[in-house]
Design a protein around this ligand. Structure first.
Ligand code: ZN
Length: 190
């Protein structure tokens, strides 16, 4: 069903464990390829690579290590992401891997790839607004409206208003468009 040479389930035959060691560079390339297929649990429109939370893939003492910076330290999705990464790597024949969570420097919405921002919009989520006010993601201070309105991801109208500081997840705020009357999630910049 898949192209010859692809990393299919067939490669997880019993012989897998006796395979010759893969060159470090090839291992890292294979890992990136696998990670590109891991969707973010909270934003399934994006892969974790497009979201910019995979910071580095490297070999540490012959173990493959994936450095991940969650979108914010309290993000409950991080456990789901770790599991998804391990599953994807195991399917690619890289079961012996470690996921290292790093919080410094903190993830910023600026790390979302341009293609990722377009995909968010296609998914009905307003991407972080470059000109928008940075909000306190912890929710301690109220979400402030800046002069720059959040454009509607569906009709691009800027006649939008904040409904709730937290949308479907804490990472997002809920907005409503007064032009097309559709509610939408806004990925809060931080
Ligand atoms: Zn609209």
């Amino acid at each position: 069903m898949t192209a010859p040479g692809a990393f299919t389930e067939a490669s997880s035959s019993p012989g897998e464990t006796r395979e010759a060691p893969i060159h470090a560079g090839a291992k890292i390339a294979r890992a990136w390829q696998a990670l590109a297929g891991v969707l973010d649990p909270e934003l399934p429109a994006l892969s974790i690579v497009e979201l910019g939370i995979v910071r580095r893939v490297h070999i540490d003492d012959s173990t493959l290590v994936v450095d991940v910076t969650p979108t914010y330290s309290g993000c409950p999705a991080i456990e789901a992401i770790q599991l998804a990464i391990h599953d994807a790597l195991a399917e690619a024949g890289l079961a012996d891997a470690r996921v290292a969570i790093g919080l410094a420097p903190p993830w910023t919405t600026d790390w979302i790839a341009p293609e990722g921002k377009r995909r968010l919009r296609d998914f009905g989520i307003a991407p972080p607004h470059a000109g928008g006010t940075r909000v306190d993601i912890t929710g301690i201070s109220p979400l402030r409206r800046s002069g720059a309105a959040v454009p509607c991801p569906r009709c691009a109208s800027t006649r939008t208003r904040l409904l709730a500081q937290f949308g479907s997840t804490a990472c997002k705020a809920q907005y409503r468009c007064d032009a097309c009357l559709e509610p939408f999630d806004y990925f809060k910049p931080h």
